[in-house]
Design a protein around this ligand. Structure first.
Ligand SMILES: CC(C)(COP(=O)(O)OP(=O)(O)OC[C@H]1O[C@@H](n2cnc3c(N)ncnc32)[C@H](O)[C@@H]1OP(=O)(O)O)[C@@H](O)C(=O)NCCC(=O)NCCS
Length: 165
């Protein structure tokens, strides 16, 4: 398919701002509901976040959005914790999944991390095999497991930043 006919090649990854909060929270609730259904647990943090909390999170940044035309179809966040970049809230709209957008968002979050970041960490539910595979494919390895809620066991994964030579 020529690049100009490939919808994914038209997706741009841009910094998200607090003006995107409503749209991002709507996308977050829609995408993480499928995760909540896997565990039978509606109390996972992405579903409990309020609009005010979402605005505050966007103000902390960096949060990235994947944009197709005028629509936000994905997002990811990078939290800076000393030398660790904590990647979170990775999400892609159902009709845009399995086309490499999450992989692209992950790459942008990693590459744009400040210089002091030497490793990345992220977590996902132990039963979310597709998510685990996506992260393994991106070079992440399991470092530990912990209970998030009564029903959800989290797997923490990490990856060292490649140093430029
Ligand atoms: C998890 C999530 C972000 C993945 O988004 P995505 O854009 O579908 O992810 P990608 O397309 O980059 O990769 C997913 C799979 O599609 C495959 N893929 C990528 N491009 C593809 C293409 N053009 N054709 C077919 N498959 C493709 C990838 O190889 C990957 O395969 P895998 O499942 O064997 O690893 C998305 O499913 C989601 O929003 N889920 C709900 C929220 C959630 O669980 N977030 C993660 C929290 S930790």
């Amino acid at each position: 398919m020529p690049a100009e006919d490939d919808p994914v090649s038209q997706v741009r990854v841009l910094p998200a701002t607090s003006a995107d909060a409503g749209e991002l929270l709507t996308l977050q609730r829609a995408t993480f509901l499928t995760e909540a259904q896997v565990y039978g647990d509606l109390s996972i943090p992405p579903l409990l976040e309020s609009l005010e909390q979402c605005v505050a999170r966007l103000a902390q940044g960096p949060v990235w959005k994947a944009v197709a035309g005028s629509r936000i179809v994905g997002s990811v966040q990078l939290g800076i914790d000393g030398s660790v970049g904590r990647i979170g809230r990775l999400m892609v709209a159902p009709d845009w999944q399995r086309q490499g957008i999450a992989t692209k968002l992950l790459q942008v979050a990693e590459k744009t991390a400040p210089a002091e970041v030497t490793a990345y960490e992220l977590s996902t539910g132990a039963e979310s095999e597709r998510n685990l595979q996506l992260y393994r494919n991106a070079g992440y390895r399991e470092i530990k497991r912990e209970q998030q809620t009564d029903k959800v066991e989290l797997v923490l994964l990490a990856k060292r930043r490649r140093t430029k030579r």
